[in-house]
Design a protein around this ligand. Structure first.
Ligand code: SF4
Length: 194
């Protein structure tokens, strides 16, 4: 296992969808095709929304005492950019992330994974415990949702990061996803032995 490979939240999300994505993209260097124009538009709109917000605004209702914006954090396993790192009145900290999305009564598991990665990064960089994260849904009038982050979820993302580093550093060909339905629309289905 390599200690020099650091893994992003989106790589962990891809790995959880199918472990072979990492192999094809990072070992064989075959990129996934993405809807780039939609992704770019979403990124631009999110950036505009964030830029229009009051940078000094502290969300006191949820106990925020201070915040740091746009924090690029790393540790020996992970790296990622957190929109806001919140200091809370109970001496814990929390990540806050903006989503160009509507809130539809449930939080996607991909968002939870991302927040769990940020929780690990905050704990390692600031030496404070993280028990929850926050999401702001910009297409639901900036609705704020609290997302609990369990110790087990933090351990799971770190375990995934170790496995991803192992796949990349040893050229290891991992098992296919158990969910065969996912292969139907997959970019790699023509080269993937299942
Ligand atoms: S074809 Fe299926 S097993 Fe292969 S990479 Fe795609 S989702 Fe994974």
């Amino acid at each position: 296992m390599s200690a020099t490979i650091s893994v992003t939240p989106s790589e962990i999300i891809q790995y959880l969808y199918c472990p072979r994505f990492i192999y094809f993209e990072k070992v064989l260097d075959i990129p996934q095709h993405e809807e780039n124009s939609y992704k770019a538009m979403r990124g631009r709109r999110l950036h505009e929304t964030k830029a229009s917000l009051n940078k000094d605004y502290l969300r006191k209702k949820i106990g925020v005492t201070d915040k740091l914006q746009e924090q690029y954090l790393t540790n020996d396993l992970l790296r990622g950019k957190v929109d806001e790192v919140l200091s809370l009145s109970d001496d814990t900290m929390a990540p806050l992330d903006y989503k160009f999305a509507q809130y539809k009564d449930r939080v996607f598991s991909t968002y939870k994974t991302q927040l769990a990665c940020y929780a690990c990064l905050i704990e390692d960089n600031f030496g404070k415990e993280v028990h929850q994260g926050y999401l702001v849904y910009t297409r639901s009038r900036n609705k704020l949702i609290e997302v609990p982050i369990a110790a087990q979820e933090k351990e799971q993302v770190q375990e995934c990061a170790r496995t991803i580093a192992h796949i990349i550093s040893t050229n290891y060909f991992p098992k296919a996803t158990r969910y065969k339905k996912r292969c139907t629309g997959c970019t790699y289905r023509n080269i993937c032995i299942q």
